[in-house]
Design a protein around this ligand. Structure first.
Ligand SMILES: C[C@](O)(CO)[C@H](O)COP(=O)(O)OP(=O)(O)OC[C@H]1O[C@@H](n2ccc(N)nc2=O)[C@H](O)[C@@H]1O
Ligand SMILES: Nc1ncnc2c1ncn2[C@@H]1O[C@H](COP(=O)(O)OP(=O)(O)OP(=O)(O)O)[C@@H](O)[C@H]1O
Length: 312
């Protein structure tokens, strides 16, 4: 099923090009300065009206009350779709939250095609939740009274990464992730994503971090090309990378494998890991690198970084 099906939304992988932990709130949440972009890799969420029956290719889950969720795709196995998992599954949580907020019956029938690895630092669950919010906003005719910006701002109750995923465009993240500013104008570039097949818990990585904070980065208004972007990114870091490597040593192997590829301008971990990215100026180099580093149990993807300039 392609993202052009009317009642479907792609949930793109969120990549933190850098992530500085700048402080800590009294409630324990960390203050961040991060540049988030989105890669072409995506999950897919579909919705059907109750009368339509389940979306094509999937049978309705056996839960007595909505919202209903059916799961499909190569990374569906770790997730549950039944009603008891409602607290855990971000897709169901997001649908319930928007139904309550907008006074709609809680009866959406949803299908999630899971292509992104779970608990991998690319916001998969947050992106799925955000895609459901955008989809049901359209499906339920809420677009006039509820702007994407307002939806993004309110959605932080579902998770710190959900607002940026609702907007799904390059953004500078502040606060705990919910304060969004436009990103500098991004150049066209290509990404290699690689995950060693180990789930990493976001709270555990924040807990394992050594104390100490990193100042916010100073960025230009635009980057003319991928080389200029990579040069400035080298002056930044992902503060969660060292604690994530301590918890999950294979991340180091992934970073080294990416860095060794011809044409790789930068190799770094995204979010709380374990997915790492390589930045490339050339689609061919990124694709060649992806073919070269693949190993048993690894998830590897290459393709474009999504830019505002490319949106229709
Ligand atoms: C690491 C990032 O992926 C960077 O984009 C996000 O900050 C994490 O976003 P997320 O997974 O949506 O996070 P949430 O589900 O809100 O929080 C999970 C846990 O991560 C920690 N957490 C998260 C975000 C943040 N700014 N500070 C934190 O300390 C908290 O322990 C929290 O209980
Ligand atoms: N639709 C979903 N997709 C992925 N994980 C989900 C989903 N719903 C609930 N979860 C749970 O959320 C947890 C975090 O998964 P997710 O894939 O969002 O992590 P992540 O990529 O590290 O996110 P982030 O980058 O926002 O920290 C997992 O333990 C998983 O069980």
């Amino acid at each position: 099923m392609s993202p052009s099906v009317p009642w479907s939304e792609p949930a793109h992988a969120k990549i933190n090009l850098f992530l500085h932990v700048t402080g800590r709130r009294a409630d324990g949440y960390h203050l961040l300065d991060s540049l988030a972009v989105f890669a072409g890799a995506h999950d897919l969420v579909e919705a059907a009206a109750p009368d339509d029956g389940p979306p094509p290719g999937a049978s309705r889950a056996a839960s007595p009350a909505g919202p209903h969720l059916v799961l499909d795709g190569p990374f569906a196995a770790p997730l549950r779709a039944d009603a008891d998992a409602g607290r855990d599954n971000l897709v169901l949580r997001a649908a319930r939250w928007l139904a309550e907020r907008s006074g709609r019956p809680n009866d959406a029938t949803l299908r999630l095609e899971k292509h992104l690895p779970v608990a991998s630092g690319i916001g998969g669950g947050s992106a799925d939740a955000a895609a459901v919010l955008r989809l049901l906003r359209r499906r339920w005719g809420l677009s006039d009274g509820l702007s994407i910006e307002a939806l993004a701002a309110a959605s932080v109750v579902l998770g710190a990464d959900v607002p940026v995923c609702v907007r799904q465009r390059p953004a500078r993240m502040g606060g705990i992730g919910e304060q969004l500013e436009p990103a500098p104008e991004m150049p066209g570039c290509f990404m290699l994503l690689a995950n060693p097949g180990v789930a990493v818990s976001t709270p555990a990585v924040f807990r394992a971090r050594e104390e100490g904070f990193t100042p916010a980065a100073v960025l230009p208004a635009r980057w003319p090309d991928a080389d200029a972007l990579a040069a400035d990114l080298r002056a930044t870091r992902n503060d969660l990378q060292p604690p994530a490597i301590a918890l999950c040593p294979p991340i180091d192997t992934v970073l080294a494998a990416i860095a060794a590829q011809p044409g790789c301008l930068l190799s770094r971990m995204s979010g709380s890991g374990a997915t790492c990215f390589g930045l490339f100026a050339s689609a061919h180099d990124a694709a060649t690198a992806a073919a070269a580093i693949g190993r048993e149990g690894w998830w590897v993807w290459s393709g474009p970084m999504l830019r505002d300039a490319d949106r229709s």
